[in-house]
Write a protein that binds this ligand. Sequence first.
Ligand code: PHE
Length: 346
Amino acid sequence: MLQTINNLLQEISVLLIKNSEELESYRLKYLSKKGMISALFDDFRNVPGTEKKEVGQKLNELKQEALEKYNSVKSSLLNTEDISSEVDLSRPSFPYSTGSRHPISIVRNQIIDIFSRIGFTVSEGPEIEDDDHVFTKLNFAPEHPARDMQDTFYISRISSEDSNPEDILLRTHTSSVQVRVMQNQKPPIRTISPGRVFRNEAISARAHCIFHQVEGLYIDENVSFADLKQTLLFFAREMFGEETEIRLRPSYFPFTEPSAEMDVSCKICGGGGCNVCKHTGWLEILGCGMVHPNVLESCNIDSNKYTGFAFGMGIERLTMLKYQVNDLRLYFENDMRFLDQFKTAF
Ligand code: PHE
């Protein structure tokens, strides 16, 4: 038996174990319950008493050696084999996706940035509003078509036939925020109100029932239409580039008088005419006008002392023009292939 043990000691010390499979067969052959060393321990019972001491010592030595070899090979395989053979160290690391801002947020931030440089603050207000702030105080006649169920999402109505200042609804424009500002602050007032608005329209490439606006309001003594025009020209050039021209066309809003719609020169074709500007060379981007005296009075501002201008624009439309997006619905679908394209914008 001593001879067998010595042979095994010799065998184990020269044995070369190259990988984890070989290590496992080594374990099974020598160290497992059915392995050779276990078998020797079983045979130990038959060793004559006189030899027991010597053989016992050798046998323990063998077991110790075999175990040590197993452990040291195992730890060196863990360090080298697993990493170098199963992981390709030359492979590039996973690309981390950095994410991007939503195009609507990008353009909203640009608009806020431009107006804050000329002294406009930012005001916010509730999306669930009452008729008084959305319509009545803004000089909408009780039978004005914009109050109609066609356009407005009502939450609760006092009467099913007539509108009532206490009706609760989803705001159809952020002019309601400006009413709240006028009620709570004294002129001079210079503020913009960005926010989400709701209109009961069928969803298509050009219309959505939820969209975003930025409306502006400036009230002080001697504010004139020329101030409005200069402010909007400054905005258009900051937004669309220095070469941009604007034009104002007469329009109608209940809360402004006179009212206008503003176009910017089409920067896609440079004014020559293209599909985007429908071959006119101009793109409509906002509504504006001088605040109607009735609106000032309904918010307790003296219309003999103060005048003001207001304007309002849709962020989706501006974003469409700036980035040539041709379908409004893309803004709401959260398709990564669309959103990823705005990574380089700020
Ligand atoms: N409130 C108008 C709209 O929602 C926009 C506007 C604001 C027009 C201020 C004129 C002055 O369409």
